[in-house]
Design a binder for this molecule. Structure first.
Ligand code: DQA
Length: 149
């Protein structure tokens, strides 16, 4: 019986991974990344529930629905990272431990990507390791959950 259930949330344009700016985001599709995460989840003995949406409100609803269902949230909010007070407030509101991930190193890119509304309410952030950011993020989140729950 797995110990924790983790909500993996992906925001706008991440459904295009594989064909979207591959020099920045790599060649793996979101399905490839989710499969890799499922393999990692088995090793870590956790369950995953993966959601992608291009709509801010759907992401907010998914965060609200995580209450009483998931013990941790792994999120790549895409461009909403840099714009969405609503997603930040939803994460703060449910108070479920969060790890933020990005494929690219957002601090080596345009200035407007340097600020994250999520970072200050997350346990931590992993940015710049491509698909590996997700795996590292999941490992870090589960390590933290094992400490506190
Ligand atoms: C991203 C970085 C964001 O700035 C961008 O808007 C994305 C992807 C990343 O994973 O590197 O959509 O979150």
């Amino acid at each position: 019986m797995s110990k924790f259930s983790i909500l993996v949330l992906n925001g706008p344009n991440l459904n295009l991974l594989g064909k979207r700016e591959p020099t920045i985001y790599g060649h793996l599709t979101l399905e490839d990344i989710n499969k890799m995460l499922e393999d990692e989840a088995k090793k870590l003995n956790v369950r995953l529930f993966c959601v992608q949406s291009n709509h801010e409100g759907v992401l907010v609803d998914s965060i609200h629905n995580a209450l009483n269902h998931h013990q941790g949230i792994l999120i790549n909010a895409g461009a909403y990272t840099h714009t969405s007070v609503a997603i930040r407030d939803a994460l703060a509101g449910v108070a479920i431990p969060v790890v933020e991930v990005h494929l690219s190193n957002i601090y080596r890119r345009e200035e407007f990507r340097h600020h994250s509304y999520i970072a200050s309410i997350a346990i931590g952030q992993i940015s710049g390791f491509g698909a590996e950011s997700y795996r590292l993020g999941l490992q870090a989140l589960v390590t933290e959950l094992n400490k506190v729950l």
